[in-house]
Design a protein around this ligand. Sequence first.
Ligand SMILES: Nc1ncnc2c1ncn2[C@@H]1O[C@H](COP(=O)(O)OP(=O)(O)OP(=O)(O)O)[C@@H](O)[C@H]1O
Ligand SMILES: [Mg+2]
Length: 220
Amino acid sequence: MIRLQDVTRIYSREGAAVKALDAVNLEVPTGEFASVTGPSGCGKSTLLNVLGGLDKPDSGELWVGDLPLHSATDAQLTAYRRNDLGIVFQFFNLLPSMTVEENVELPLLLRGEPSKKARPRAEEMLDLVGLTKRLGHFPHQLSGGEMQRVAIARALAGRPRLLLADEPTGNLDSENAARVTDTLLKIASQKIVTMIIVTHSSELAALAPLHIRMLDGKIL
Ligand SMILES: Nc1ncnc2c1ncn2[C@@H]1O[C@H](COP(=O)(O)OP(=O)(O)OP(=O)(O)O)[C@@H](O)[C@H]1O
Ligand SMILES: [Mg+2]
């Protein structure tokens, strides 16, 4: 279970305070698939950043399972990001000089897993996203949708408890967006990971069992 209680994040911009998150209360059950929508500037990315331990709330409590992110130490946050979290961004962030398989393996190798274990895990995840035939390709040889599915495989390789995605189809044409949406739904149906996906796609948003609408830093 993910639980936010009165979570507030205030930025100052040109001397004025901007409440990017304004006393947000939210519960997302373990294994649930939640979509987040709302107009530009309403606080969606800020919500993902605090959930990802990349930003801290100014007040309120934020629990991921039994880990209190609002009061966690830097060491706890580092371990949380490395072991419990998978993140997918709008612009894929693949390493161009590494193959598809190497990109997916990398987070496992970085946390000390032997290549003997990392490689089959990467292959399993690339099979899940339907890219078994692309293992040895480089990112520039792929379509946008394929690159995004590699990024999803990479995010899942470390068996995260929580998968966060910020506009995963925002940079894709409709055909590629549909493939990425199908892939996310397939992962959601397996209920192995809690998923929170920020999206402008009303289609993807509506397919999520839990649809979170935001406006002006608040959840509607
Ligand atoms: N680092 C920052 N410094 C100052 N203000 C910020 C910062 N990050 C976000 N904000 C402000 O906080 C508010 C929420 O921003 P956020 O990025 O969460 O919106 P968003 O819903 O993700 O928008 P978009 O759909 O455009 O990505 C906005 O008013 C934004 O200008
Ligand atoms: Mg955003």
